[in-house]
Design a binder for this molecule. Structure first.
Ligand SMILES: [Mg+2]
Length: 426
């Protein structure tokens, strides 16, 4: 019996240009055209099609900086539509779970999947199968990297992205040094900006150099995370799949109104207040949320005024516990479901897909995040000392419009009947 058959095998499945791919699903005309998607308030470019990449449009650049290339090349521009992306993401993840329920949903468009129950020989074929089924069932193209550790599966995925086949397996390759040599140190999973600077100062420019650095040097010069990364590059799995999302799955704040509420303004203030309370609650437990749901309803017993009940979920691109962002998103959700002329009796906010805030570092993390974290901390401390709502947001009481700029939204909402595409038969 061969034991190698049962080595650990981890696949990293990453959706290609995810937001762009979602927009293309409902808009076949832009399939072969250069496309970009903008961040909240149409600020920066956060997703690019391959055609847009070829034009030299950079990731994370402010929109206005790239406007000239965009106009000149007739690049299709979209405001982000997170409820659409969240819905498509759930479909992709549901499809992946059919291959193994041991899955770690790493971000809106990425997941680690344990494929250890497949043999070394068949695992690459399984990768191709996953890719084609996800494409067939959801319409989303993916890249898949398979290796013995999470860090190496990220490397494999990096290579897969540039390949036509879209699938790369490092399982069974005896010497992966030539592959690791081509991976720049800042592209190694878990190596951030600071660590990159430090490694480069010490002559480590690529993944191979980190892998072959002596254990004693790594132990002396980096922290636990650093040595885990080096071990993982050597094929020794140290970072487990996080298949359970969090201690607590969701956090709900809801109330019945003492007196029926009809005005949008009043509902808005209520939702803003619940959002603030919920944000404070998850911060106190060191959690971040990826998904915000708002619900409103009238009394089921007062039919003469008409019954109405609805809810709306908005998925965030990056998990957060920032009150400002949570309130803003919740108010957008409310705006989507609010209907005039009803006497509302109850409303609430639910934060879900909660996870540990300590794991919440990513591509977009910056010093600004640090500042916001500190601001949130001081708000919490002040309110703890002087009573809740000593420090609050203007939207929780003062009239204020929270309209997000969304000039180029595709306005597709997979949860909205009226957004269904129309087919005209002639
Ligand atoms: Mg992606």
């Amino acid at each position: 019996m061969s034991f190698t058959q049962y080595t650990k095998k981890i696949a990293l499945i990453d959706c290609n240009s995810f937001y762009v791919s979602c927009e293309r699903l409902f808009n076949p005309k832009i399939r072969k055209k250069p496309v970009v998607v903008l961040s909240n308030n149409d600020g920066c470019i956060i997703s690019r099609s391959n055609e847009a990449k070829t034009l030299g449009i950079k990731m994370g650049e402010p929109y206005f900086k790239e406007k000239e290339i965009i106009v000149k090349n007739n690049v299709q521009v979209f405001s982000s539509n997170y409820s659409l992306y969240g819905d498509i993401s759930r479909r992709v993840m549901r499809t992946l779970k059919r291959f193994n329920s041991d899955i770690e949903i790493y971000s809106i468009d990425e997941a680690f999947l344990d494929l250890s129950n497949y043999s070394d020989k068949e695992v690459e074929k399984v990768g191709h199968e996953i890719r084609s089924i996800v494409l067939k069932w959801t319409g989303i193209p993916t890249s898949i990297g398979i290796a013995k550790t999470k860090t190496l599966s990220k490397v494999a995925n990096h290579i897969a992205k540039k390949k036509q086949s879209g699938v790369v397996s490092l399982i069974g390759i005896k010497n992966i040094d030539p592959i690791l040599e081509k991976v720049e140190i800042n592209d190694v999973w878990g190596v951030g900006r600071q660590l990159t600077k430090f490694y480069q100062k010490n002559g480590i420019y690529n993944a191979k150099q980190l892998k072959n650095k002596s254990n004693s040097w790594i132990k002396k010069n980096s922290n636990v995370l650093g040595s885990r990364t080096a071990m993982e590059l050597r094929g020794i799995s140290c970072i487990d799949l996080e298949t359970t999302v969090s201690k607590r799955k969701s956090c709900v704040v809801s109330r019945s109104f003492g007196k029926r509420v009809e005005s949008f303004q009043q509902l808005k203030e209520a939702i803003a207040n619940y959002s603030l309370n919920a944000s404070e609650k998850i911060r106190s437990e060191s959690l971040v949320t990826k998904s915000i749901t708002v619900f409103i309803r009238t009394s089921p017993f007062q039919n003469r005024f008409g019954f109405y009940s609805n809810s709306k979920t908005i998925d965030l691109p990056i998990a957060t516990n920032n009150s400002i962002e949570i309130v803003k998103t919740a108010l957008n959700a409310l705006e989507a479901i609010f209907k005039n002329g009803y006497r509302y009796q109850k409303s609430g906010v639910m934060l879900s897909h909660l996870s540990d805030s300590s794991n919440n570092k990513n591509l977009f993390s910056s010093e600004k995040d640090e500042k916001i974290n500190n601001l949130m901390k001081s708000i919490d401390n002040t309110n703890y000392r002087y009573g809740r709502s000593t420090l609050s947001l203007a939207s929780a009481g003062v009239q204020k419009k929270w309209n997000m700029r969304k000039e180029y939204s595709s306005k597709i909402d997979t949860a909205d009947f009226y957004s269904l595409p129309k087919i005209i038969v002639t």
